[in-house]
Write a protein that binds this ligand. Structure first.
Ligand code: SF4
Length: 407
């Protein structure tokens, strides 16, 4: 029997207090992980959840699959690399180098989720803070368009509300104000005091009413502005609900943060679910000056035409290398069927809708279980992953390095 400490890669919380006991290289006891995290760790030991090396659905050896991936990518006129939000920093660097070598495009799910917000944060337009700074220091926790009990099950207990060490005199509630802004009842709204209910799509109007840009008043705005103004340190946990409602435009949030800058320290933490979207965006920003949708055909260019969605919509990509992502499950079929005749190469630790659709599948090790590496958590702090058991699969780094060598 062997006991190991792990960082769970089941969601963006990256809980670093996981203990796993193994016997005969299989986990027999997983401590501290939520049900989602435990299922994630168990998945890599379940042969039915692992994909096979295949070409056109026919099982083959890894060497043959890598050679076919090389042939498809090498023959492509407009290759596109997509995914990487759950890959380690070193795999992401190799994928960017590969896109450059191929003269292709590279993109991640950030281009249709948190990309613009992360660009504003990396550009210094929105203040940030680490999760370690939140506990016992922030006096207002504002979750907007996010429901962590469902998306990030241990976020409140490990990083925010329940992590506080001081409680009210009755010993019932942590000494911090928990507020949520939501369009519906959620688990978080039942705990929040107050839970501010707004209409779907009303987020921008609420923020603009707070900043004084709106023509008319919105009911929720006044109370919310008062709460922020009275606080010393407000952390805005920004959920996908807010980002989609703003159409990806972080401008209203930038103006709101500026408005309160004189009276309140305000910091933004994006509620990213993917393990290393922050890392990919930061690396691409350092390399190409943009957090997503970059092309290397004639030098370095960025823009919508290099985004995954636009390339799929226009049917311009003729070969797509998907790395550690499952766009066939995440995006509507009506979008994905536009891929038409494009060849798809998929590197994935688990069997997914994307591995089922791919022309070439290369199974890889699951980061944080079968291999280590470094990732950036949602607050930008670098976290080192541990390896529980080395599996039979190569790492994404090994496959990408091989492709770089032979292309
Ligand atoms: S909250 Fe997320 S990182 Fe933590 S144990 Fe659950 S799935 Fe894993």
């Amino acid at each position: 029997m062997r006991s190991r400490s792990l960082v769970c890669t089941g969601c963006g919380c990256l809980c670093d207090d996981i203990q796993v006991q193994t016997n005969d290289s299989r986990p027999i006891l997983i401590e501290n992980a939520c049900a989602k995290g435990a299922a994630h760790i168990q998945a890599s030991f379940n042969p039915e959840r692992r994909p096979h090396c295949t070409i056109g659905g026919r099982q083959c050896g890894p060497g043959e699959a890598v050679a076919e991936a090389r042939r498809l990518l090498g023959n492509s006129r407009n290759p596109l690399i997509f995914g990487l939000d759950s890959s380690t920093l070193s795999a992401q660097s190799l994928a960017i180098a590969l896109a450059r070598k191929l003269g292709g495009s590279i993109d991640s799910a950030a281009s249709f989720s948190y990309g613009p917000l992360l660009a504003a944060m990396l550009g210094g337009d929105l203040p940030a803070c680490s999760l370690a700074e939140v506990k016992d220091r922030a006096d207002l926790l504002l979750y907007w368009g996010a429901d962590p009990p469902n998306t990030h099950p241990r976020h409140l207990s490990l990083h925010s509300y329940y992590a506080y060490s001081e409680y009210n005199p009755a010993g019932w509630y942590p000494r911090v104000t928990l507020v949520c802004v939501e369009v519906r009842r959620t688990e978080l709204s039942s705990m929040s005091k107050p839970a501010i209910r707004i209409k779907p799509g009303e987020d921008r109007a609420v923020i603009e009413a707070i900043t004084g840009e709106a023509q008319s008043q919105v009911g929720a705005a006044q109370g919310l502005a008062e709460l922020i103004r009275k606080s010393h340190f407000c952390v805005l946990f920004c959920g996908l609900g807010l980002m989609h409602s703003l159409g990806g435009d972080p401008g209203p949030l930038v103006r709101m943060a500026r408005l309160f800058a004189g009276s309140t320290r305000m910091a933004v933490i994006p509620m990213i679910s993917e393990v290393n979207m922050m890392g990919f965006c930061r690396l691409l920003h350092q390399t190409a000056g943009q957090v997503s949708s970059v092309g290397f055909k004639d030098g370095t260019a960025a823009g919508r035409e290099h985004s995954f969605l636009e390339q799929v919509r226009r049917r311009s990509a003729d070969c797509v290398l998907i790395v550690g992502s499952d766009p066939f499950a995440a995006l509507p079929q009506s979008v994905m069927e536009n891929l038409g005749d494009a060849k798809i190469v998929c590197l994935s630790p688990l069997a997914t809708a994307s591995t089922m659709a791919a022309d070439v599948v290369i199974p890889t090790a699951l980061p944080g279980v079968e291999c280590g590496g470094s990732v950036l958590r949602m607050d930008g702090v670098e976290v080192a992953l541990a390896e529980l058991e080395k599996g039979a699969y190569p790492t994404e780094e090994a496959v990408l390095s091989r492709l770089l060598e032979i292309l």
